[in-house]
Design a protein around this ligand. Structure first.
Ligand SMILES: Nc1ncnc2c1ncn2[C@@H]1O[C@H](COP(=O)(O)OP(=O)(O)OP(=O)(O)O)[C@@H](O)[C@H]1O
Ligand SMILES: [Mg+2]
Length: 457
């Protein structure tokens, strides 16, 4: 009987393992639908999403799509549930047949007088216990097996090799920038199937000087910044830090040497002080440094006025019913105020060799933009900096202005040189200036077909 119970555990184990494989492959196959469902459900709790959902009346539209994703997931679940039901049913039948057969044999033995009643009872308890233990073992093994199979996906992600490995790995610390950063014949596309974003770019950011980058949407400005941070490597060509290919430098060391205000900066659900302090973790509790950076970004006064000053939480997502009306529990900042907080975070790294600002004033009012650019000009003086801006008035102070178009440099020079050249920069500036002077077309620089060009009032 013991052999029989043990042998019957083998198909039970195999059945559980097969079901586990089926469940894991089902989870993988419905994963895109699961991610889409997470996206739809996240819209319910997202403060920015709710504005558009209400204004554009998207509720029913989004609600209509979500069940499709849920249906895909439930189909997968149902398929595997049916298999489990059949397999478990067969396994239960097998173990019932064995224990039932054993019971008949034991009762027959008792009737013959070969077994006592207590022996039959001990036999029944032993068979049930052994079967339960073996089934528990099979279920436990199957559950570990499932974890291992799922872990394989995790491992696949974390074991992915660097797709732009260092040319020669050198772990040496990076010396402070002395000559400058050079992009030499840089070609870049995000993937072989994507179009080229940068096409043979040659650009130098000389040490101690400010370079401004302008160009239309999609010209490749933010992409160039990502290459400087080494989030991506050039498909061809190289980025050189004082003449050294940055692929040979430790990325963390390189990034420590620069500070960047990204166009799509983060809004952390943390306190105001933490939102700025994480720009330089070593200074997370450096109140003076944080307030100095906030002052430079012209947000210090606003933060001091908040219910808990710098300790105010810049979020209202963590509250429960008890403190939802408590203004001290957290605040919501405006778009421009967030931009200033992000700028302060960037400026906290005061000792960086390279300051990069990608559209630092996009959300600022005209007065604030002027004031912040005045402060930044002072801050950037003598530092290596790269400024991206669509507001050409903000870039005229730069030592070099570079006009990027379709991944290539179209023009390069000082504001005066580019104005004298009467090229793209001069035309764009004239167009922007006209926007501020209604019905004025006498800018000295005329745009081809400018009478037809739409101008924002
Ligand atoms: N992660 C990405 N994967 C694939 N393509 C991308 C990615 N990021 C940007 N692109 C593409 O690269 C091109 C350049 O984008 P980039 O963000 O560098 O433009 P930009 O000059 O900064 O524009 P903007 O003035 O609108 O900020 C665009 O065509 C964009 O679609
Ligand atoms: Mg950009």
């Amino acid at each position: 009987m013991a052999v029989l119970v043990a042998v019957a555990a083998v198909p039970a184990l195999l059945g559980h393992l097969a079901l586990t494989r089926g469940r894991v492959s089902m989870l993988a196959s419905v994963s895109p639908a699961t991610r889409r469902r997470i996206f739809y459900s996240s819209l319910i709790s997202d403060l920015t999403a709710v504005q558009e959902t209400r204004l554009f009346g998207l509720g029913d539209f989004l609600k209509g799509r979500m069940p499709d994703e849920v249906a895909v997931m439930q189909d997968g679940e149902r398929r595997i549930d049916r298999k489990e039901f059949r397999t478990h049913g067969l396994l239960a039948l097998l173990s019932s047949a064995i224990s039932g057969g054993g019971l008949v044999w034991a009762v027959a033995g008792a009737a013959d007088g070969a077994l006592s009643v207590s022996a039959v009872m001990a036999f029944v308890a032993a068979v049930a216990g052994a079967q339960g233990a073996l089934i528990g073992l099979a279920t436990g093994l199957a559950s570990s097996y499932q974890s291992l199979l799922l872990f394989r996906y995790h491992h696949k992600v974390v074991a992915t090799t660097d797709d732009f490995p260092a040319v020669t790995a050198t772990a040496t610390a990076l010396a402070p920038l002395r000559k400058g950063i050079e992009l030499r014949d840089v070609w870049f596309r995000y993937d072989d199937s994507h179009p080229w974003v940068l096409r043979g770019l040659d650009l130098t950011l000389p040490h101690g000087s400010s370079v401004a980058l302008v160009g239309r949407n999609g010209a490749g400005k933010s992409t160039l910044i990502k290459l400087l941070c080494r989030f991506y490597g050039p498909t061809r060509g190289a980025v050189l830090w004082d003449g050294v290919d940055i692929r040979t430098l430790p990325p963390a060391e390189l990034r420590r040497r620069m500070t960047v205000l990204f166009q799509d900066f983060m809004r952390y659900d943390l306190t105001a002080a933490e939102n700025i302090g994480i720009g330089d973790l070593a200074r997370l509790t450096d109140t003076t440094g944080i307030t100095d950076a906030a002052r430079m970004a012209d947000i210090d006064t606003k933060i001091r006025e908040l219910p808990n000053g710098y300790d105010t939480l810049l979020s209202r997502i963590f509250f429960d019913q008890d403190d939802e009306d408590d203004p001290h529990a957290g605040v919501v900042l405006s778009g421009g105020q967030w931009q200033r907080v992000a700028l302060a975070r960037t400026l906290l790294r005061g000792d960086s060799d390279l300051l990069v600002l990608d559209e630092p004033s996009a959300g600022l009012d005209a007065e604030a933009e002027h004031e912040i650019h005045r402060r930044l000009t002072g801050h950037r003086a003598g530092r290596t900096s790269l400024l991206v801006s669509h507001r050409l008035g903000a870039v005229r102070q730069a030592d070099t202005i570079v006009v990027l178009d379709d991944g290539r440099i179209r023009e390069q020079g000082t504001h005066e040189e580019l104005m004298a050249a009467e090229g793209r920069y001069a035309r764009l500036l004239a167009l922007q200036a006209r926007g501020y002077r209604s019905s004025d077309t006498s800018d000295g620089v005329r745009l081809a077909g400018e009478d037809r060009a739409p101008v924002m009032p």
